[in-house]
Ligand binder design. Sequence first.
Ligand code: SAM
Length: 204
Amino acid sequence: MNEWHNYHTNKQQQLLKPSYTLNFAVDYLLKKKSRLANYTAYDLGCGIGIDTLYMLKNGMQVTSIDIDPTVGAAIKQQVQQLKLPDNFVKWQFQELSFETLSLHPTQIINACFSLPFCKPAYFSSCWGTIKNSLSSGGIFCGHLFGANDDWKCNPDMTFHPREQISELLQGFDIILLDEEEYDRDDITGNSKHWHVFHIVATKH
Ligand SMILES: C[S@@+](CC[C@H](N)C(=O)[O-])C[C@H]1O[C@@H](n2cnc3c(N)ncnc32)[C@H](O)[C@@H]1O
């Protein structure tokens, strides 16, 4: 059993809403276009698929990616229950890690609380893949962790000081960049100091 499986089982028991950053991005797009039916999107580190389902409900064609292969079947069940128009299910799952990420050109990349779990040695190539695959005007929405985060001692995770966030977002117009620090339990009930960047940005 992979280490993320328990996390996903826990999460399935909670009442969950789509992420603030994805909501923000969808509202932004809907102000410009009334329908998002022709949009293609990736949900990176999709977990149990809350954001995936929200994008599908908004008419997008979504590829969900996660290192945990067990989430694919769980999301598939929920996608079937969505009863998309004409039974045309515009969804696929790929078991893939950030360390070996490969993406087709796309208009939206959502990565909610997931990219910090990319190993530091691979983050640069992962971010390069994300940036290159976004079309001009395409949107990145998601989170990165800051240098004051309690998990910063974990050598398998990636953290960014504020200056690096600005560097990463070169070539983007920033629509939302909120930096937040707060104390809240993590999903296993351990207290934790969080240092989070909430990001929504469109590629030039
Ligand atoms: C904190 S969860 C967030 C899940 C989901 N995006 C959400 O907001 O509910 C992090 C997700 O990233 C996935 N993940 C962790 N390390 C990964 C890696 N190296 N490559 C791809 N996915 C990874 C986990 O399996 C998990 O689904």
